[in-house]
Design a protein around this ligand. Structure first.
Ligand SMILES: [Zn+2]
Length: 101
């Protein structure tokens, strides 16, 4: 189920994206995922601990990936729900393995 309210656009994977060239998390194209903006606004710059394994992770711009890059988990699975209670800091490994469950 997609949330129809709100600004920005929804990509093919169901993630809402905004154009925010000045945002600290914006990629080279000036776009930022809504779930990343929402959790960043809640917890700020890190390092933070992955909620699953405790590994230290921190924010990176755009779509950077790596073992120490903070990935935002949707706790309840729904990519359309970007309210803070549904979001958690995760490492890429935990985020990926959870998505396969
Ligand atoms: Zn982890």
């Amino acid at each position: 189920m997609r949330r129809q309210r709100g600004s920005g656009s929804v990509d093919a994977n169901g993630y809402r994206i905004h154009r925010r060239p000045g945002h600290i998390l914006a990629g080279a194209d000036g776009r930022v995922y809504e779930h990343r903006m929402a959790l960043y606004a809640e917890i700020g710059y890190g390092p933070h601990r992955c909620v699953h394994c405790g590994h230290h992770v921190n924010w990176a711009r755009g779509r950077s990936k790596g073992p120490d890059v903070l990935v935002v988990d949707h706790r309840e699975g729904s990519r359309a729900n970007n309210l803070p209670y549904n979001l958690a800091a995760s490492c890429n490994g935990c985020n990926t393995s959870r998505a396969d469950e």
